[in-house]
Design a protein around this ligand. Structure first.
Ligand code: FEO
Length: 403
């Protein structure tokens, strides 16, 4: 039973999912994921967000335990992605008097996804609207595109608890502890990079607006829809979201390469050694043909240096590297010191394709090199020059950030 009183009248009633292999059928879940729901209980009772439809029975058992068979007056829908809205039709049937609280777009999506269109069932709210539960007032804040257009947050004013939807969320099922001080947060803070970059990465400017909007509330608890409740570590999780949404990276270099027979890989290894020889210690190397896109994107978001290399494949960019670059373009990647390397056997195409992505993202190329067929002393000498140029730009960029 994952039930935890956060305060005497506010309960965690969410569920863990340790079965699903990939979130959104895309992103690996080696540590599982939680879908967080909360009960706010005063004269009236509100359930904040629901869970994936397959986890509905577990949610219901938690609700029965906490509520002892009493009714839910309101279901507040902060976010409509089905990992949080999948249980709505079953909840609506179980609690026929329950009103569903959301904004205009929420109401339209509930009609579209679940066929619930009876307007009598809805309480439609706008930014700043309040719902009086008795001794607790819920205030609604519209936070569009964090992560869908209808997303909003709910603030329990008298308790200073902010229910944030996907924002400040992270991968990882909860391992007994529900609130950050009850658990080892290292795993969740580490996974926050992957969660942010994979799921929310495209919406940096909206996350920034949300941070500006919610910071003055100075919540004592941040209750996201995934991962632990933040109390002692609010500053840490907020800093990660703030930094990543500004595209501000940590010192380090991610090298992403594709290679069919090891020739382009030899360039990646030589580049890594040349960077290490120039003092770059934190280097993460990913083989795009083998490593999960999820972890590659996460490191590429996290660190300020990015070097990408690929062979030419049927006169195109080697497909796994193309997928990676497309993902970075989709996420409107900024503020990277970029290096590019490429190879070909008889006709060159990969280098130009990589430069095309750089141009589309508005990123300057700090260093580039190209190899025909296999590595030799001429290429090795070129890689030394590549490393000089790349590290010079990286140092300039880091120095500029310190000022
Ligand atoms: Fe956890 Fe955007 O859903």
């Amino acid at each position: 039973m994952n039930i935890r009183a956060i305060l005497p009248d506010i309960f965690y009633v969410g569920v863990n999912d340790r079965e699903k292999h990939r979130f959104e059928s895309l992103w690996p879940l080696p540590h599982g994921v939680s879908y967080n729901s909360y009960i706010v209980r005063s004269h009236k009772t509100a359930l904040i967000d629901s869970v994936e439809v397959r986890e509905s029975l577990t949610l219901f058992s938690h609700l029965d335990e906490v509520l002892g068979g009493t009714e839910i007056d309101y279901l507040v829908v902060n976010h409509m992605e089905p990992d949080h809205s999948g249980s709505i039709p079953l909840l609506a049937a179980k609690y026929p008097e329950m009103k569903i609280v959301g904004n205009k777009q929420t109401v339209a999506m509930i009609g579209g996804f679940y066929g619930i269109t009876d307007q009598e069932r809805f309480v439609t709210v706008c930014d700043g609207d309040k719902l009086d539960l008795g001794e607790i007032t819920l205030r609604f804040l519209m936070t569009p595109m964090v992560h869908w257009p209808e997303t909003m947050m709910t603030f329990a004013e008298e308790r200073r608890i902010l229910f944030t939807g996907d924002a400040f969320g992270t991968f990882g099922a909860l391992n007994g502890g529900i609130i950050d001080f009850e658990t080892d947060t290292a795993l969740y803070l580490e996974e926050a990079y992957r969660y942010y970059s994979n799921i929310v990465g495209k919406y940096g400017k909206f996350v920034q607006r949300t941070i500006e909007k919610t910071a003055p509330l100075a919540p004592e608890f941040i209750c996201p829809t995934h991962g632990p409740i933040w109390h002692e570590s609010i500053a840490e999780i907020s800093a990660i979201y703030d930094r990543l949404s500004r595209y501000h990276s940590e010192p380090g270099t991610t090298i992403v390469y594709g290679s069919m027979y090891g020739n382009t890989e030899a360039m990646a290894e030589a580049i890594a050694m040349a960077l290490a020889a120039r003092g770059e210690k934190r280097i993460r190397i990913h083989n795009a043909g083998k490593d999960s896109l999820s972890h590659i994107i996460s490191d590429a978001f996290r660190y300020d240096g990015l070097i990408v290399g690929a062979p030419t494949y049927s006169m195109t960019l080697f497909p796994p590297v193309d997928t990676f670059m497309k993902a970075m373009q989709t996420r409107e990647t900024q503020n990277k010191v970029l290096g590019l390397f490429s190879s070909f056997t008889w006709a060159s195409a990969a280098g130009k394709a990589l430069e095309g992505y750089a141009e589309a993202m508005g990123l300057q190329v700090a260093a580039k090199t190209e190899m025909k067929q296999g590595i030799n002393n001429e290429i090795r000498a070129d890689i030394e020059k590549f490393a000089d140029s790349f590290m010079s730009e990286l140092h300039k960029s880091r120095y500029a950030r310190l000022r």
